[in-house]
Write a protein that binds this ligand. Structure first.
Ligand SMILES: [Zn+2]
Length: 189
């Protein structure tokens, strides 16, 4: 016998529905069909499993849930994350015009990767935003391979992770997504 977590009633009924991959989930007007999402607190995989109180209606479980994949998908994990990413890059570029100018000049040289990496090591003063500005400037010149090679030169640096997140959208995305979802949920959207 289970006691309701809210009203302590013993009138708690357990229900299990074996739907396999025919579970339809609707959130924010968007439908998806498939297995039962495991992060909604109502079972997962092949089965919907709930315990509900017949006295007060409380669905038994742990609430509130952390941000779920259903919510991430519905709100679109790309658009707002990319906006934040581009804003960050913009401020990094604007704050370091001297780095941008010099890197643009060096990028036209034969030995561009070594020239740029060398310049950034000498003139970054251990500030990852200055290094990032240089790499982003190269990316914006449509030289992605050069930019990638310069980034690789900093692989052993203790600021590498920060650097990667500022220059590489994929690295930034997970981080930004969590941030963004927290804000959306907090705003009750
Ligand atoms: Zn109850």
């Amino acid at each position: 016998m289970i006691n309701c977590q809210r009203c302590d009633s013993t009138r708690v009924v357990s229900l299990a529905a074996h739907c396999n991959d025919l579970c339809v989930v609707t959130y924010a007007g968007k439908h998806s069909e498939g297995y039962v999402p495991s992060d909604l607190g109502v079972g997962g995989g092949d089965d919907v499993e709930i315990d509900v109180c017949l006295n007060c209606g409380q669905l038994q479980g742990t609430w509130p849930r952390p941000v779920t994949n259903t919510e991430r998908k519905a709100h679109g994990d790309v658009t707002s994350g990319r906006t934040l990413f581009l804003q960050k890059q913009k401020s990094v570029l604007e704050n370091n015009p001297d780095v941008v100018a010099e890197v643009k000049r060096l990028a036209t040289q034969d030995n561009a990767v070594f020239a740029i990496a060398g310049y950034l090591v000498e003139n970054s003063f251990n500030d990852p935003e200055r290094v990032a500005a240089g790499i982003i400037a190269v990316q914006r010149m449509k030289l992605p391979i050069v930019a990638e090679a310069v980034l690789d030169k900093f692989y052993d640096w203790d600021q590498y992770q920060f650097l990667e997140r500022v220059v590489d959208y994929d690295e930034f995305k997970d981080y930004a997504e969590d941030l963004e979802m927290d804000q959306i949920i907090a705003a009750g959207a």
